[in-house]
Design a protein around this ligand. Structure first.
Ligand code: BGC
Ligand code: NOJ
Length: 810
């Protein structure tokens, strides 16, 4: 069942009923200020850090769901309703939500009154703007009252939801412009140099800033007493819960409309300029901000600038094929989600509360893979930020806080896959841009400038960290966990409230990861190539020797009969082996070992992939392992804590499915690769939205596996490495266009029924116009500007040039 449709021309998903199977959200913002907004306008916004600088309150885990946001109540002849459906839930004659690139437009109509709210965060601003149009579509005049409503978060979202003994007394506001601008200034009197505000560009009939006054102590947001009574009370909050609410009165003749512009803004003042006079905030910067979005003309220009921004970003990779689902994922939604994950890492979604995790070391490195072709400069900056949280021994802080950019001590380090992801991120960046100078940038270790080294030195330490931490079989020690956060082989936790990852009670020098070994042989060659390009031949050779040794270790100790093992536990027992009762075969080591080129000579790779198909694949995607753990094993950790079929315990953990897709393409099996890719691809699941439940335009982290009660049901949409990896899988391996040393490699591996596709790929400023003609053969041949070339690498071209490429499979 569908709950809307794609509008590809406008690059929108159009939701046509508020009763979606879960809140379907969008993200606004592209630099420092971000908003989450559902199809019913719930959500919140924050400045840079969803935990420390949250502006609005949203109620996670609320009953009913999707509560807390920016609400607009209309009162039309005594009939009060909300055009976003929630919170009043009055039946609408028309409802539509268009989630687009960086904006969301929600329309609701009732009894001939139509309201359209267009929300966006203008480029370069620290504000969420909402253009709110009210239109009298009836044939009689209407007197309409409009009430706006936002609830302020007292900045630190964790503290805001826990520390009531203090917070119920700290709230402060100021009223400006006769009530049109409502300033939220809690804690500004002491250490904060920032405040927020809620502004409307018209004179108001009234306002409120105290929640209890506006809503009523025992009322819900679906029945605010002020709205029901028809009149704001001009309350000035003092402690409790500060809100912003405006009342606007409009007399609309038949056919007449009125547009107003609301702004939720964030302002930071230099300490010396905090005050206008004692106790009164300096509002100069707030005034300057609202002055930019004062007229519909200004709003239209800002929206046009945003559209142009997305045009330009998305134009770097466009495909045209006979499959519109493929096209819309590649051209629009997958790239869009990659940008969102790049900004948020795993911090703030409707599943990630924005208070738990900052930026992940491995996550952010992988996120780069999906955006480096769009925003290379920002990728560069991110690489340097991430690298500065690496420690001198090559290990890495697992997470860091975006505001401070410091490693998070609570979680610490010891996730032994982390260091290798830095090599893969840097290598992807260098292939995309050719920016070799980044290797020479001096980057601190753990933010200590004295202990820093060149970025190249960081990469060496990453590689070295694996070598210094080899286990009894010559395979890498796993540490607290590798990519699979839940395979905790050194943390025998028996107490319910401990962290599975960080409660240390084992020495950890036995448990080994075949996945990290696979990563080492897959990613290590990138470092070898970098060393060689720098003339460090001896070092490159030594590194190659280490990789060769690891290959032998995988062949000798990393194989079960028909697939790669997953790990050895603390006691040296195999994990991911047919000898095990549960967890006999895991997906991750099949993906990484094969991506690393293992098992190609003797048919083992093929056998491993066939085992994946037979043992792990389902119609909704490939499960992480099988059979699921039936009971808790303290020597395995969190993986065995989940009920069978969910999350890492044999859920379809979408992030790792594209590794198998890529592996399939490496064996030339285009049909199988495409099948795996499309079976978890959201646009292909639109028709089963009632089963899948999360947004049909973005990937979710997990789909319940075959052992789960609710097989096929997805959770954790938006913030997942699935976005970047599927983008890599489809664009670089199935469509087969990827930057390489010296040029753009064109080596597609298409399903047989895709006969022809066109790819436009911008790289290093030149546009490559690639016509791919699929055929029954096994070899590709390329023509560049009409001339046949040897090999599959199209040389890079000068900025501004267009290169015509034809790829034929014969
Ligand atoms: C989840 C993992 C996640 C980890 C992070 C676990 O509960 O299952 O997917 O990476 O928490 O803390
Ligand atoms: C989610 C985490 O963000 C990611 O780092 C991890 O690899 C996966 N879970 C798998 O456990």
């Amino acid at each position: 069942m569908k709950f809307g449709h794609f509008d590809d021309e406008n690059r929108e998903y159009v939701i046509t009923t508020p009763k979606t199977p879960y809140p379907w959200i969008n993200y606004l913002g592209s630099e420092n200020f971000f908003s989450l907004i559902s199809h019913q306008a719930a959500g919140y916004c924050f400045y840079r850090d969803a935990r420390l600088r949250r502006l609005l309150r949203f109620r996670y885990n609320n009953v009913p769901a999707d509560m807390g946001g920016r609400y607009f109540y209309l009162r039309d002849s005594g009939d009060a309703w909300t055009p976003t459906f929630m919170p009043m839930k009055k039946e609408l004659d028309f409802y539509e939500c268009r989630h687009g690139m960086g904006y969301t437009k929600i329309t609701g109509e009732r009894n001939g009154l139509r309201a359209t709210a267009t929300f966006f965060v203008p480029l370069g601003s620290t504000a969420e703007v909402c253009e709110f149009k009210v239109e009298n579509r009836s044939d009689a005049a209407k007197k309409v009252e409009l009430f706006s409503f936002v609830e302020f978060c007292l900045w630190n979202a964790l503290d805001d939801s826990t520390n009531f003994q203090r917070n119920l007394s700290t709230g402060e506001v100021e009223i400006g412009n006769g009530g049109s601008t409502l300033y939220h200034k809690t804690e500004y009197r002491e250490r904060r140099d920032h405040f927020s505000f809620f502004h409307v560009n018209r004179p108001v009939a009234g306002f409120d800033t105290d929640r209890e006054t506006f809503v009523g102590l025992y009322n819900g947001l679906h029945e605010p007493q002020v709205v029901l009574g028809g009149e704001c009370r001009n309350s000035v909050a003092s402690g409790w819960s500060p809100i912003g609410a405006h009342q606007l009165t409009m007399n609309l003749a038949a056919g007449e409309s009125q547009t107003q512009i609301f702004v939720v803004g964030y302002v930071q003042n230099p300490v010396a300029e905090k005050w206008e006079k004692q106790g009164v905030i300096n509002k100069t910067r707030a005034d300057a901000l609202t002055a930019k979005f004062n007229t519909p003309q200004q709003v239209a220009e800002a929206l046009a600038a945003l559209a142009a921004h997305w045009d330009s970003l998305l134009s770097n990779y466009q495909v045209s094929s006979s499959d519109d689902r493929l096209d819309r994922m590649v051209n629009i939604w997958n790239q869009y989600q990659c940008m969102v994950t790049f900004h948020m890492s795993r911090s703030a979604s409707f599943f990630e509360s924005g208070i738990g995790r900052g930026m992940g070391f491995r996550d952010s490195n992988q996120d780069l893979l999906g955006v480096v072709h769009m925003i290379p400069e920002r990728a560069r900056e991110r690489i340097l930020d991430i690298a500065a949280t690496q420690r001198a021994d090559g290990s890495a802080y697992h997470q860091y806080q975006p505001l401070t950019k410091r490693g998070n001590d609570e979680v610490g380090s010891g996730f032994n896959d982390d260091p290798l992801w830095l090599i893969s991120g840097v290598s992807a960046y260098m292939k995309e841009t050719g920016d070799d100078a980044i290797l020479d940038v001096h980057v601190p270790f753990d933010h200590n400038v004295e202990k820093g080294g060149s970025l190249l030195e960081h990469l060496r330490r990453s590689f070295g960290h694996v070598l210094q931490n080899l286990g009894p079989h010559g395979l890498p020690l796993i540490g607290r966990a590798d990519w699979n956060d839940c395979l905790n082989l050194n943390c025998f936790s028996e107490k319910p409230d401990e962290s599975f990852q960080t409660t240390q009670n084992q020495s950890g020098r036995t448990a080994e990861s075949v996945m990290i070994a696979g990563m080492f042989v897959a990613i290590g060659p990138d470092l070898v190539q970098i060393l060689r390009s720098r003339g460090h031949e001896e070092e490159a050779k030594t590194a190659e020797q280490h990789i060769a040794n690891m290959r032998v270790a995988i062949d000798t100790h990393g194989r079960d009969k028909d697939w790669f093992l997953r790990a050895y536990d603390y006691f040296g027992t195999k994990i991911g082996s047919s000898e095990n009762k549960n967890g006999q075969i895991f997906i991750e080591s099949q993906g990484w070992c094969i991506m690393g080129g293992q098992g190609f000579n003797d048919g083992f790779a093929l056998r491993a992939l066939d085992s994946v198909k037979e043992r792990l694949n389902t119609k909704y995607g490939i499960v992480l392992q099988d059979p699921p753990y039936a009971e808790y094993h303290k020597e395995l950790g969190e993986i065995s804590s989940y009920p069978p079929g969910y999350k890492e315990n044999a859920g379809i953990f979408c992030h790792n499915n594209p590794w198998i897709v890529i592996a399939e393409t490496m064996l030339g099996r285009g049909d199988q690769a495409f099948k795996y890719w499309s079976q978890i691809c959201p646009a292909y699941l639109e028709e089963i939205s009632e089963v899948h439940r999360t947004e049909p335009y973005v990937y979710s982290q997990m789909i319940a596996g075959k052992a789960a009660v609710r097989h096929g049901e997805a959770k954790n949409s938006w913030l997942t490495g699935t976005a970047a990896w599927n983008f890599v899988a489809i664009t670089q391996h199935i469509l087969g266009v990827r930057p390489d040393i010296g040029g753009l490699r064109v080596e597609p591996c298409l399903p047989s029924d895709l006969k022809q596709v066109s790819v436009r790929r911008r790289c290093r400023g030149a546009m490559f116009d690639i016509d791919v003609q699929n055929g029954p053969g096994t070899q590709w041949s390329l023509e560049v500007n009409g001339k046949a070339i040897n090999g599959l690498v199209v040389p890079f071209a000068a900025k501004g040039e267009t290169v015509k490429v034809t790829a034929r499979r014969v």
